[in-house]
Write a protein that binds this ligand. Structure first.
Ligand code: ZN
Length: 386
């Protein structure tokens, strides 16, 4: 049994948007799971093989990017880039959720082909974590011709995601809604593209389309990249309980509107965060952190609440055992502080000032993935292995 201790935590962000900050200063990890959270004296009780000194900086759950378009491994043909997943890990991302492998060259658009692609992508990302990240690959793209039995077969193979509805030939709510029911019956989580399209030739997906189709997640409520109007956003907020996704590669004005409208209703647990990358907007390794910085500095949500959007909220929406610093959860952490030169004195103040924090360490399943991010500015106080 291997044990890891993290001590001298200045700010512990829990992942729980209703109680985002804990006073605990020490975490004990055993065999990749969080064993105890409390005071430094825990280190006397549990003898650790490795101890990390957070140097008074912030420890948060590793970020979950709720919207990625991977293909296979850590390569994307969308912008011909190698290593984009590893680049995101250096922005604090420890889990990624595929919204559909739509950039696969020659992607098959028949029922057999779309199923095969989902199974291949699911198993590939499970067998070898691309770039070191827990990628949940293999999000089924809905194509005409899929029948109920297909969802049963896919569930048996472990596939549990339906990628953004609208990527495939099934776009019409009348056609999509029965498939959503079959998917849900078989334990799938379903996402749906919202707003204008990034591909010429198809039409805008409206609030009413989303309501009629009934997905679990409203993908990029702030547009991917073109957003629906504020009144349309309000219609989804008021008439559904769906998770509402903000993306980096979207419309910032609608992002602000969404956060403020949801905050006013005291429903912040509905907001999740993704990149929607690789895409036409590019590959943005710090996309999740940049979204949190925008939300913390420009909306009525606090920095600690924003971090919970990208951690606990997303884990809850997808039923994952990550995203919270709680006993029994997988030990995925991002350790960060105000970047050198920021007017903020700690990571939260830096985010609220509009800066991107400096990430000094990322831990996945209790394993240190790196010390010092290759992509963020340097942290004022960086965690070290004692
Ligand atoms: Zn989309």
């Amino acid at each position: 049994m291997s044990k890891l201790g993290i001590k001298n935590i200045g700010i512990l962000v829990t992942g729980d948007v209703k109680a985002p900050i804990s006073k605990a200063t020490t975490i004990i990890v055993e065999d990749g799971k969080i064993l105890k959270i409390g005071e430094e004296k825990l280190l006397e009780e549990f003898k650790c093989d490795k101890v990390i000194d957070a140097k008074g900086s912030t420890v948060a759950p590793g970020f979950i990017d709720s919207h990625v378009h991977p293909v296979l491994g850590d390569f994307t043909p969308r912008q011909n880039t190698l290593g984009f997943i590893n680049g995101s890990m250096h922005g604090g991302v420890t889990t990624m959720i595929s919204a559909g492998e739509c950039h696969t060259p020659g992607r098959p658009k028949d029922a057999t082909g779309t199923k095969a692609l989902a199974v291949l992508a699911h198993k590939s990302s499970k067998n070898a974590r691309p770039g070191g990240v827990k990628l949940h690959g293999g999000a089924l793209i809905l194509e005409k011709g899929l029948v109920e039995k297909d969802f049963e077969e896919l569930a048996k193979e472990g596939v549990w995601l339906v990628g953004e509805i609208g990527l495939g030939s099934v776009k019409d709510p009348e056609e999509a809604a029965p498939m959503v029911k079959w998917a849900r019956k078989n334990g799938f989580k379903v996402m749906m593209h919202t707003g204008g399209t990034s591909i010429p030739g198809s039409s805008t997906i409206t609030a009413q389309d989303v309501i009629n189709t009934d997905p679990d997640v409203v993908s990029h409520i702030n547009g991917g990249p073109t957003a629906i109007a504020p009144e349309e956003v309000n219609k989804i907020i008021e008439n559904t309980k769906m998770a509402l996704e903000l993306v980096q590669c979207g419309n910032y004005k609608i992002m602000k509107h969404t956060v403020n409208a949801v905050k006013e209703k005291d429903q912040l647990e509905r907001i999740i965060v993704g990149n929607d990358s690789p895409s036409g907007s590019g590959i943005i390794p710090l996309g999740v952190l940049r979204t949190l910085s925008y939300v913390a500095s420009e909306t009525n949500a606090s920095a600690a609440e924003a971090i919970c959007f990208a951690t606990g909220n997303t884990a809850k929406a997808y039923g994952l055992n990550v995203g919270f610093i709680e006993e029994g959860k997988e030990a995925d952490f991002v350790i960060m502080d105000a970047p050198m030169g920021s007017i903020g004195k700690n990571s939260l103040e830096a985010l609220e000032a509009g800066d991107v924090p400096g990430v000094s360490m990322v831990i996945i399943d209790g394993e240190v993935m790196f010390t010092k991010s290759k992509n963020t500015p340097p942290a004022t106080h960086g965690a070290v292995i004692c």
